[in-house]
Design a protein around this ligand. Structure first.
Ligand code: SAJ
Length: 465
């Protein structure tokens, strides 16, 4: 049905935009629903988890992020947002449906079951003339080859009974609400009418640019963005390994190289975590099918480099000559990146497991995150490091930036060591007791006690008093 036909049925533009259904109320779906509710659209969020639905309806929300609780409370109170587990009813009652569910990479392939299930429901329940927008990250070709046929299996036809667009999310967990609104978005649609409707809908919530293209381009560019970041970080991590052998400090080398107008190297660290970057390169490659394995070599290598970093950090700890099984080791930072409490795919998990496997008494502390991955979770930095032989900093939370090495020396056990994987400590201020500082990617000549030099692994100790 074309637009004129729809008008004959009594629809107007604004009526199209009145009621929005967001399928999936997770890290992306909830901010999406809040953005539409905040823009004055009657929004219903759907989730299979009744605890998530209850929390939203209670005006609380289940995401621990700046502004989320306030926005949920405001939107529910004003009647603009409600949540339900009744997906059929919610879709049937809406003019636009946004699918925002997870697409994990499992057992060597993309798990599309959640997004297919959602699209199947849309196909069975959607009103004639509705707009469907998929936000989930998917392998290139998925919308046309998998999702649209799934919707159409419900008897509706694209361009006749419903319109379709792909608008991948770009929000960074920790800053979702503001990024949803202000980021430029890629908007993919394969017909002018679908594009027009999707543009109108998304423009209600997005103040950044809507960059228009076809669906396949949009699917591919989403994955390329995250893959690019993974590759850039892998370069920094590779440099960390190289610099530790060259006898230079990788962070100083990067600082110098970045003064060049066309060089912008990222930060090395204990690896790449989170819900997206570790899997999206594989989603990108998964659509190659029978293509020669050499395609995507650099991407696969980057993944390997980033995945090797928890082992590098473990090597630094193992290299401390004075450390014995049973000794207390404090892991500081368990979330996947600074400033968030999200532990998903955190590199800290692998480091903790390696330390536990080596027989250390592993304690953890994170100001945002209660996950310990099997370590004993301490309530404060002080109790985590008290009497520890080694403190390993894995996340550059701002709270850790004010930690003084001198005070660490006093709290740690005699001849204690600090392993800094994230560039928190640069100097060695004077203090009462000696502490060995081992920095990832810092290969400068050791000045610490010879007996305390790392036996293997990367980097060498420096003495901080
Ligand atoms: N990291 C480094 N060095 C750096 C920067 C990051 O080791 O210089 C590590 C972080 O510590 C973390 C991981 O990389 O473990 C990922 O963090 P991130 O900040 O790069 O990205 P995410 O996963 O929080 O969000 C990304 C974003 N994508 C890009 O920046 C291209 C976000 O915009 C996407 O919306 C999100 O993935 C997603 O959901 O796809």
């Amino acid at each position: 049905m074309d637009e004129k036909g729809l008008f004959k049925l009594g629809f107007s533009h604004t009526q199209f935009m009145n009621k929005v259904c967001v399928v999936g109320l997770g890290y992306v779906g909830l901010p999406t629903a809040l953005a539409f509710a905040g823009a004055g659209l009657k929004t219903v969020g759907v989730d299979v988890r009744s605890d998530v639905v209850d929390k939203v309806n209670q005006g609380v929300g289940h995401l621990d992020e700046p502004g989320i609780a306030e926005a949920v409370s405001r939107s529910v109170k004003s009647g603009m947002l409600r949540a339900t587990t009744d997906i059929e009813g919610a879709i049937a009652d809406s003019e636009s449906v946004i699918v925002s569910v997870q697409t994990p990479y499992e057992n060597g392939q993309a798990n599309l079951s959640y997004v297919k299930e959602a699209c199947g429901q849309v196909g069975r329940s959607l009103r004639r003339g509705s707009l469907l927008v998929v936000e989930s990250t998917v392998p290139p070709g998925t919308c046309r080859n998998v999702l649209l046929p799934t919707v159409e299996s419900g008897g509706r036809r694209e361009g006749v009974d419903f319109f379709f667009a792909y608008c991948p999310e770009r929000i960074a967990p920790g800053n979702s609400l503001s990024e949803f609104k202000s980021n430029d978005r890629i908007l993919g649609a394969d017909s002018p009418e679908s594009m027009r409707r999707a543009r109108e809908l998304m423009a209600l919530t997005v103040s950044g640019r809507l960059v228009e293209t076809g669906i396949l381009n949009a699917e591919t560019s989403k994955l390329v963005e995250n893959t690019a970041r993974d590759v850039y970080i892998a370069f920094a991590n590779d440099l960390a390994k190289i610099c530790s052998r060259l006898g230079v400090d990788v962070r100083e080398v990067i600082r110098l190289a970045n003064t060049h107008p066309r060089v912008k190297i990222l930060d090395p660290g204990p690896g790449v975590g989170g819900p997206c970057l570790p899997k999206d390169p594989f989603l990108l490659l998964s659509s190659l099918g029978g293509e020669p394995r050499s395609n995507g070599d650099m991407i696969r290598t980057a993944r390997k480099v980033n995945d090797s970093m928890p082992g590098e950090v473990f090597g630094l700890v193992r290299g401390i000559g004075t450390l014995r099984p049973g000794d207390k080791v404090a892991v500081l930072g368990t979330s996947y990146k600074p400033g968030v409490g999200d532990p998903r795919a955190s590199p800290s998990e692998k480091v903790v497991r390696l330390l536990l496997g080596a027989g250390y008494d592993v304690h953890s502390f994170d100001p945002y995150c209660r996950e310990g991955f099997g370590a004993k979770v301490d309530a404060s930095l002080e109790s985590a490091i008290d009497g520890a032989k080694c403190a390993v900093f894995l996340v550059a939370h701002s709270a850790f930036r004010s930690v003084e090495l001198r005070k660490m020396a006093d709290a740690l056990a005699e001849k204690g060591a600090v392993v800094d994987a994230v560039g928190l400590f640069t100097g060695s201020p004077p203090g009462q007791r000696e502490v060995m500082l081992i920095r990832l990617g810092d290969g400068r000549r050791p000045v610490g006690r010879p007996s305390a030099r790392p036996r293997g692994g990367e980097g060498r100790p420096q003495r901080g008093n």
